[in-house]
Design a protein around this ligand. Structure first.
Ligand SMILES: O=P(O)(O)OC[C@H](O)CO
Length: 215
């Protein structure tokens, strides 16, 4: 029987996996929270850029919107697990919403000169690459977020949350904590990206092994 391991867990045979759950029940509370995160992105960008991007009030507003959006990420996962509302749509949409929010924040921070561009480029290359890979793998299976991927998003959110603050107005140690957290976020982002690539190779191999040959 042709099966694959995704994040170490054995999946149903690949030829029996539905590609995407298009049932109306996909629009549950968990997925609505995910969509809310996407809706908040333009409001966050507006707050970041208001009056040149370096006013204390603008940055505090942007930080508040970012925190609310990041909290919906924790909440949608919790709601989905607790109510059994885990859907293929949610598995696909949740990482996309995270990447939109995190990507927008990183690009704006670099454009405003608050974060080195290489940090933004490394994270974006990983995030866009894994998103593209997820879409490619849709023909076999919906690749859910791994534990490492979730940890990565938490680290990114904390690091970005600190960088969004008006750091010039705060004690120096806040900038140091922000830089250390961002370093850890970059490291976990790259390592988990490589883990996903390994998982994708396993899925692809399992998909081309004829039924009965095993993997
Ligand atoms: O590492 P990814 O691409 O699976 O993304 C993880 C999600 O953002 C976790 O909510």
């Amino acid at each position: 029987m042709t099966a694959a391991r995704v994040h170490g867990e054995r999946c149903a045979p690949l030829y029996a996996v539905r590609v995407i759950d298009a049932a109306p029940s996909a629009w549950n509370l968990a997925n609505v929270l995910t969509v809310l995160r996407i809706v908040l992105v333009p409001f966050f960008a507006w707050a970041m850029l208001v009056d040149g991007g370096h006013t204390v009030s603008g940055r505090l507003t942007a930080t508040a919107i970012f925190v609310v959006a990041a909290l919906t990420d924790r909440l949608d996962g919790w709601v989905a697990r607790r109510s059994g509302q885990i859907t293929d749509l949610g598995k696909l949409l949740d990482p996309i919403a995270d990447k939109l929010l995190v990507g927008t924040a990183l690009v704006l921070l670099s454009a405003l000169g608050d974060l080195p561009w290489w940090v933004t480029v490394v994270i974006l290359v990983r995030e866009l690459g894994i998103t593209a890979m997820r879409f490619f793998l849709l023909r076999y299976v919906v690749l859910p977020a791994s534990r490492g991927g979730k940890l990565k998003t938490v680290l990114q959110s904390f690091a970005i949350g600190l960088y969004l603050l008006p750091l010039d107005e705060l004690p120096a140690f806040v900038s140091v904590v922000a830089a250390v957290l961002m370093g850890a976020a970059v490291l976990v982002t790259v390592v988990t990206g490589l883990d996903y690539v390994r998982a994708a190779v396993r899925i692809r191999r399992a998909a081309v092994v004829p039924p009965g040959a095993g993997i």
